[in-house]
Design a protein around this ligand. Structure first.
Ligand code: GLU
Length: 473
């Protein structure tokens, strides 16, 4: 049997951490089992689904480097299929038309509440029976699934263990609304059946739907998939994620400069563990992942940990990988790399200092663009009259260098120190501010080497002009 999983987001909002983790777990399980992963867009809620949300979800999943083997399927394109099955269920009396008006259902609910009964639909309620009996052709109706009246639904959830629900707690579910559109709980079953889904990995918020869905599978004679319901994710403060608070879009993590591998590593540990290992390569994620090791209890976001992981991945990933994602940010900020050093070289020297790619952009910018201003504090401290001599001498030596190597640059700085009898700081810091505009950068010989001779000369001249404008102290 080929294992098949799916991720089935509703495009009524963006892809947030919870959804992204479900997608990751589902994908990892399929890959771990040598199976297939399907992407399905559950857009039957036509009023609340938007094309923007669909695009944003697809963008987020692609960015996470989760590749789907099939899809994306769209439920709105499958209405004929759903209706075909609904008609079959109606013909077999496994579903029925119900003409009860909203007013009548509200009235019955109020009665039940007054009588301290659990409010639920009851096809045998005399008022409902009466309204159904007098219904005429053309009256508005919904189709309801005839849920078994006795017995239990039992399933073995891969995360929560055995779950048993009595049928008498489940009512006859609406499977087609009065406007003719089928409902989520029905479509999901038909899709998972048609698409050969063997394992359903989804959020715990769907656990109460599962017994209802299992009854529909059984009525259809369809194989019931295995279910794994993942526990909730709480925010940094331990409260439930909401769209307003904490549940930020996955594309926002991209925009804020996280690497997909860092985010995936963070997400896998939000509710799954493998001993006390914290860092997982993609291969390890696939090899070690199992549904049984998913945690039953809620997990909390930890933004500090994510930042730490991101720094770790920036430092330790292949520079080509970081470069691919950094490039996206540079393009966004229109930083052109023409005539500048290869991005991978810049990453090699600047990467470890940065927690995010956004920081990396700021630390890389001066390799590609001349700047119009020095950082104020850096200039105040290091581009003062006293820096004129070392900078002038360094400029002369740099202009005379015939071979632009790190070693020659390092020697050049030493020579300036010796000739002027001053410390390394008195040469290095003015040079750093002159060439990068900042007081912090990697080793200045490495930086100048990558920036190149012409640009280095131009920038030192600009710094000397700047110093020349200062009033004598
Ligand atoms: N479309 C549902 C959601 O976005 C998921 C349904 C499922 O996984 O069964 O919450």
């Amino acid at each position: 049997m080929t294992i098949k999983t799916r991720f089935a987001p509703s495009p009524t909002g963006y892809l947030h951490v919870g959804g992204a983790r479900t997608a990751l777990y589902s994908w990892l399980f399929a890959k771990n089992q040598g199976g297939k992963f399907v992407l399905r867009i559950e857009d039957t809620d036509i009023k609340r689904s938007t094309e923007n949300a669909v695009n944003e979800i697809l963008e987020g999943i692609k960015w996470m480097e989760i590749e789907w083997d099939e899809g994306p399927y769209y439920q709105t394109k499958r209405f004929d299929r759903y209706n075909q099955i609904i008609d079959k269920l109606l013909a077999e009396d496994k579903a029925f038309k119900c003409y009860a008006s909203k007013e009548l259902l509200d009235e019955i609910r109020t009665e039940q509440e007054i009588n301290k009964e659990i409010p639920r639909y009851d096809a045998n309620h005399p008022k409902i029976k009466k309204q159904n009996a007098v219904a005429k052709n053309g009256d508005s109706y919904v189709v309801r699934f005839r849920n078994p009246k006795s017995g239990n639904v039992v399933f073995n959830d891969q995360v929560h263990g055995c779950i048993k629900v009595a049928n008498k707690q489940l009512d006859d579910l609406v499977i087609r609304r009065a406007d003719g559109t089928p409902t989520y709980n029905f479509c999901v079953v038909i899709d998972d059946w048609d698409m050969g889904i063997t394992h359903v990995v989804r959020g715990e918020d769907h656990i109460s739907n599962t017994p209802r869905q299992i009854n529909i599978y059984k009525a259809l004679g369809a194989p019931v998939p295995t279910f794994a319901h993942c526990a909730m994710i709480l925010d940094d403060n331990g409260t439930k994620l909401s769209k307003r608070h904490g549940a930020i879009s996955i594309t926002k993590y991209r925009d804020e400069g996280y690497l997909p591998n860092a985010l995936n590593n963070y997400l896998i540990r939000l509710g799954w563990s493998h001993g006390d290992q914290e860092i997982f390569s993609k291969e390890e994620m696939v090899n070690f992942f199992s549904l049984e090791a998913i945690s039953k209890s809620a997990s909390s976001l930890n933004s500090k940990k994510l930042l730490w992981l991101n720094n770790y991945y920036i430092k330790t990933s292949k520079p080509e990988y970081v470069a691919k994602h950094l490039q996206w940010h540079l393009n966004k900020q229109c930083i052109k790399q023409k005539n500048g050093p290869p991005l991978t070289k810049v990453i090699e020297i600047v990467g470890e200092r940065c927690n995010t790619l956004v920081e990396l952009v700021e630390q890389s910018r001066y390799f590609y663009e001349n700047f119009s201003e020095f950082e104020v504090n850096a200039a105040n401290k290091y581009l003062c009259k006293i820096a004129e001599k070392p900078l002038t001498l360094a400029l002369k030596k740099i202009q005379n260098l015939t071979e632009w190597t790190v070693e020659n640059l390092r020697n050049m700085i030493s020579e300036v120190c010796i000739e002027l009898e001053i410390s390394m700081v008195k040469v290095g810091m003015p040079l750093r501010v002159a060439v990068t505009g900042k007081a912090k950068s990697p080793s200045i010989d490495l930086v100048m080497h990558l920036i190149g001779q012409d640009r280095t000369i131009t920038r030192i001249k600009v710094a000397l002009d700047f110093i020349a404008t200062l009033k004598v102290e």
